[in-house]
Design a binder for this molecule. Structure first.
Ligand code: HEM
Length: 148
């Protein structure tokens, strides 16, 4: 179990820590010093790198989490906080998949075409959805640690 908890926590650190850094640190710094075209290009590169790590984190979270549920004897025998984690974790994953395919892929195309106005609007939507997922991530950590 300890090995799966470790793998699970690696996924948490990469995903939630990465969103915290992007939202709370990089975003205000970029707004302060970069004009829109450079800022949008920066986010395009940041997302293309960070999102690869998020896919890996999701894979690690799901495989380790589902295996630990199996060790508990199945979903119905797992404690309530684990069931809640699964529901909230799947919600985070669904939001990420929407951000990736529904927002980031078109954002990447708008940046390539230098369509800065539309790209800026899409970025604002991505920012709001990342804020939602960052909050959900913090709530899940609270549920996992305090719910035990
Ligand atoms: C969606 C699939 C997920 C499943 C099936 C799942 C399942 C589990 C299970 C079974 C445990 C072990 C509980 C125990 O040992 O008492 C656990 C621990 C934990 N999970 Fe998840 N989880 C998922 C997603 C997440 C997400 C998205 C986060 C945070 C963003 C998260 C954060 C944690 C934390 C902080 C722990 C405590 C680790 C420890 O044991 O010290 N989980 N999870």
């Amino acid at each position: 179990m300890a090995l799966y908890q470790f793998i699970h926590l690696l996924g948490v650190v990469v995903w939630v820590g990465g969103m915290f850094f992007a939202y709370m640190v990089l975003r205000p710094a970029a707004v302060e010093i970069l004009p829109p075209p450079e800022r949008l290009r920066l986010w395009d590169k940041v997302f293309s790198r960070f999102f690869k790590w998020v896919w890996l984190a999701i894979f690690l979270l799901l495989t380790s989490g589902l295996y630990m549920i199996h060790l508990f004897g199945g979903l119905f025998l797992a404690p309530g906080y684990v069931q809640m984690m699964l529901a909230l974790g799947l919600t985070m994953m669904a939001i990420f998949i929407y951000v990736f395919f529904g927002q980031y892929v078109p954002f990447n195309r708008h940046v390539a075409k230098q369509d800065w106005q539309v790209a800026g609007k899409v970025l604002a939507t991505i920012r709001k959805l990342v804020a939602v997922n960052l909050t959900l991530g913090m709530v899940i950590i609270a549920v996992a640690v305090l719910g035990r």
